[in-house]
Ligand binder design. Sequence first.
Ligand SMILES: [Ca+2]
Length: 92
Amino acid sequence: MKLPLIAAAIALAASTAFANEPTATTATDPAATFKSLDTDGNGRISESEARAHAELSSGFRSAVADASSGMTMEEFNAWHASQKSSQTPPSN
Ligand SMILES: [Ca+2]
C-alpha cells in the first residue's frame, strides 16, 4: 500500500516549505529584518536585496544616501522608524 507513504511525503514537504517561509516582511524587529534581507551578509542591503521587501523596495532610493553602495543598518533603522510613524494609508 503506497498511500500512507505518499501522505507522509506530502506532510514532510509541507512542513519543510513552512520552515523555509521567509519572515522578512512580517518581522517586527528591524535588526532581524535587516539581517534576513542582507542575503550576502555584507552589512548593507543592496537595491536588489531590498526587492525581497515590497515597502523597502519602493522607498529604497529615498531612504539611502548612496543607492549604489547599499543601505546601512542606520539607514534601515531610520527608514523602519519612519514607516512606523506614518501608519496612515496613502490617499488616492
Ligand atoms: Ca548585502
